[in-house]
Design a binder for this molecule. Structure first.
Ligand code: CS2
Length: 494
């Protein structure tokens, strides 16, 4: 098999779809911060479709890697060698498999090696949007207040040395300052992370960072920059070695960074751009005046249900999201969680009746080919739980609702932090946002609830006792036995 690059395109089997546009005539209009698999399966796929439309050739992506780790080093090596091309393989629930080469990422920059090059690209007048997928934890927010944390060592370093940014916000503020000083119109900042009001949150981070540097710059950004919110959705599992080998064999090419995903995709964007925008509606995105109801439904139903099934699933020794959703008890837990604990407190977005959305989520989780590992979902729980679960928990507390289903999953989360399944198998929880001292708090019942992850949950002593009892009971009798009791006590969904 030959290595993937522009020249290899003509040798690919006809079953691998290819873009029809002339890639050489495209220009970069969007700089994207943090080029994870989700970005490549989602936004790059939409833009790949967009670029085939007349008049859209100025909207290619320049991807930026922010973090210096082994994963990013691989990208730094592989992307240029592959002319920034990669394959995306999509699995539909009916068994249909689609392979495609994505060409919308025109350039890739590795920020730790050359922050100036990234700033220059972001300050270039051709860049009209800066988008980001930096994960829930990347927003550097205080869990209790939502405030941007100016005191973290990274932010302090950036404020002391604004010409050498390291974080997304350091780069955005630095580039906006260059544009203001040079009289260049600003870009739109578009968050594509799973946060409630992601545009509002991104704006708060950027303005706080800018104000700490130069209040006049903060005021200029406030007046001239827009921060559209968006809802993004496509399940994108981690690609294991065997997945990469399989899709490469099917595509007849060696791609060092292939991506796989489900077939389903949704992108709902608030139509609020200060410096022009691509006609993303021609590529299937929904441009709307208010994203709020879509975001709430997605984060509180899909992402929250992922967490609801992943912690008990992993503790029970299961491996994938499908294994967990087809487990009768975990399946019931997730369905009753959505039906009883979430749907009554949400308003349905236009064209998305919530019971249908729930059934669609369950069908997507049951997809036999996606192979999404529970470890991907449980990982970074310290950043995800405050976003995915806390609002629903707090709502149930405030309305006197049934708390046992969610208490059970919080108990599972604490047990997951201990890193041992019911079968006694050890695993290392992937918790990049937890410091050593936070990890230490998790080890004892006297301190665990003072972890910052719990700050956004309304937890009375009675709730703490309930969660603790459940976790202790699970230690004795296993996850399934306790879940069985929770389901029996709370009733199954009708
Ligand atoms: C998942 C999401 O990380 C998680 O916990 O819930 O990555 C989810 O797969 C995506 O948001 C789907 O769009």
């Amino acid at each position: 098999m030959i290595a993937l690059n522009s020249e290899a395109l003509s040798t690919l089997p006809p079953s691998v779809e290819r873009f029809s546009y002339d890639r050489a005539s495209l220009k970069t209009g969007i700089v994207h911060l943090s080029v994870g698999n989700f970005h490549r399966a989602h936004q790059c796929w939409y833009v790949d479709r967009l670029l085939a439309e007349p008049g859209q050739e100025g909207w290619g992506f320049c991807g930026v890697g922010l973090i210096d780790d082994a994963n990013e080093r691989l990208k730094l090596e592989a992307f240029p060698a592959q002319d920034n091309l990669y394959t995306l393989t999509r699995y539909a629930p009916d068994g249909t498999v689609r392979h495609q080469v994505i060409g919308s990422m025109l350039d890739y920059l590795f920020a730790p090696a050359d922050p100036q090059a990234v700033l220059a690209r972001m300050a270039d007048p051709a860049t009209r949007i800066v988008s980001l997928t930096i994960t829930e934890g990347g927003y550097n927010q205080d869990h209790a207040t939502g405030a941007y944390k100016l005191a973290t060592p990274l932010t302090q370093r950036e404020l002391a040395n604004p010409d050498a940014p390291e974080s997304a916000f350091g780069f955005i503020v630095g580039a906006l300052r260059m544009r203001r000083d040079a009289g260049i119109a600003p870009f739109t900042v578009m968050s594509c992370d799973n946060l409630r009001d992601n545009g509002v949150v991104a704006k708060r981070c950027v303005i706080s960072h800018a104000n700490a540097l130069d209040p006049e710059l903060g005021a200029w950004i406030e007046t001239h920059v827009s921060f559209p919110s968006s809802m993004v959705d496509r399940i994108t599992p981690a690609v294991l070695k065997e997945d990469a080998e399989r899709v490469n064999a099917e595509c007849g090419v060696i791609d060092r960074l292939p991506v796989i995903s489900e077939e389903f995709a949704q992108w709902v964007i608030e139509d609020k751009f200060v410096n022009g925008r691509p006609a993303l509606e021609t590529a299937g995105a929904q441009m709307v005046p208010d994203v709020h109801p879509y975001e709430l439904a997605k984060v509180r139903m899909l992402n929250a249900s992922h967490s609801m099934l992943a912690y008990p699933g992993q503790l029970s020794g299961l491996e994938t999201v499908r294994d967990a959703i087809i487990d009768p008890q975990i399946g019931h837990l997730v369905e009753s969680f959505m039906t009883c604990d979430v749907i009554p407190h949400l308003s349905a977005p236009a064209g998305m009746p919530l019971p249908n959305y729930r059934d669609l989520i369950i069908a997507r989780f049951s997809n036999p080919d996606v192979g999404d590992r529970l470890a991907r979902i449980t990982g970074d729980g310290a950043s995800k739980l405050p976003v995915f679960l806390a609002p629903s928990w707090n709502r149930l507390v405030a309305t006197g609702g049934e708390l046992r289903r969610m208490a059970f999953v919080l108990a599972c989360f604490i047990r997951y932090l201990h890193g041992r399944t019911d079968q006694g198998e050890a695993f290392t929880p992937f918790e990049p946002a937890l410091s050593e001292s936070q990890h230490a708090l998790a080890r004892s019942w006297d301190s665990v609830f003072s972890m910052t992850v719990f700050e956004s949950f309304a937890l009375e002593p009675v709730h703490i006792s309930l969660i603790r009892e459940m976790a202790e009971s699970m230690e004795q009798r296993g996850t399934a036995a306790v879940l069985g009791e929770v389901l029996a006590e709370t009733g199954l969904p009708s």
